[in-house]
Ligand binder design. Structure first.
Ligand SMILES: NC(=O)c1ccc[n+]([C@@H]2O[C@H](COP(=O)([O-])OP(=O)(O)OC[C@H]3O[C@@H](n4cnc5c(N)ncnc54)[C@H](O)[C@@H]3O)[C@@H](O)[C@H]2O)c1
Length: 271
């Protein structure tokens, strides 16, 4: 169902790799709601993914950009405004990668070059995106910037490894930049803390199957899917949430506030 919530709004969507990606589902949903946007991803991901199909489906153009590269970001922001015909109203940062996770290095045995790389891609890139947009004065007033995060920033999930630290840093950037964006540009900045979701990034975390099933049993409403996340993101891009900023918003079916569920108690009961 479409409510035309984003009619006339323009934006940039980072991170659609394949049809499972949270950014992919969000792009489809934003398109349904009348928003127009430029799709972007790292050049290497573009060769591996299927982003062309998404661009066709949503009538959008693609501009490659490594989100850690300031020249790429400046080019992306300028070209996007030209293509879309004006300043931006929404931006989705849906980017994450840990080299330590990818290469199976334990949290207590990190290779720090890899730690730094993952931190740059997963956390500092959000600052770079915000700063590039801020300096170019590229957002309209009452625009909305959203990044995706995970609850391992607050509570420990051993296999989430150094991504937990990256997410804590990412959430802090949303608060810090949210202050300046609010004061000077009337733009809001938030993070969505999403349930485990079966995507390329999600499934790359060791023990993901156990993890997602446990979360499903612990969440009164069940896990939030990528599609659910797309709906929630649309609401944050819309004019209906104009005073929500500098927040980390849990989108997890209630998982984060559940101590234990009946299903989990039964699993551990001896009789
Ligand atoms: N899947 C989950 O369980 C889950 C849960 C909570 C939060 N998240 C977060 O959601 C976001 C999206 O991930 P997803 O689950 O849709 O997986 P995904 O693998 O589909 O998306 C991750 C994206 O990051 C992009 N990326 C990596 N390095 C980049 C770079 N240098 N420049 C630009 N883009 C780059 C990848 O190409 C890919 O498109 C991430 O921030 C992730 O941490 C995921």
């Amino acid at each position: 169902m479409s409510y035309n919530l984003l009619k006339g709004k323009r934006g940039i969507i980072f991170g659609a790799l394949d049809e499972n990606s949270i950014a992919w589902k969000t792009a489809e949903r934003v398109h349904e709601e009348g928003g127009t946007f430029v799709l972007t991803n790292a050049p290497i991901a573009m060769r591996m993914g299927q982003i062309d199909a998404l661009a066709k489906k949503t009538n959008s153009e693609i501009i490659p950009a490594d989100a850690t590269d300031l020249d790429d970001l400046e080019n992306l922001v300028q070209k996007s405004m030209e293509i879309l015909g004006g300043k931006l109203d929404f931006v989705l940062h849906s980017i994450g990668m840990s080299v330590n996770v990818r290469k199976g290095r334990h949290y207590t045995d990190q290779k720090y070059d890899w730690t730094t790389k993952g931190w740059d891609v997963s956390a500092v890139s959000f600052h770079k995106v915000c700063q590039t947009i801020f300096k170019a004065d590229a957002m309209n007033e009452w625009g909305s910037i959203v990044a995706l995060t995970y609850m391992a920033a607050q509570r420990t999930f051993p296999d989430y490894n150094d991504m937990a630290d990256n997410k804590a840093y990412l959430e802090s950037i949303a608060r810090s930049f949210g202050y300046f964006f609010g004061k000077e540009k009337k733009v809001r900045v938030n993070t969505i803390s999403q349930s485990p979701t079966p995507t390329t990034a999600g499934k790359g975390v060791k023990g993901f199957d156990g993890f997602i099933n446990y979360a499903e049993k612990m969440s009164p409403l069940g896990n939030a899917s990528a599609q659910d996340c797309a709906d929630y993101t649309v609401s944050l891009f819309s004019d209906l949430t104009r005073k929500v900023t500098m927040q980390n918003l849990f989108h997890d079916g209630g998982f984060s506030n559940t101590g234990v569920s009946q299903e989990v108690v039964e699993e551990f009961s001896e009789d």
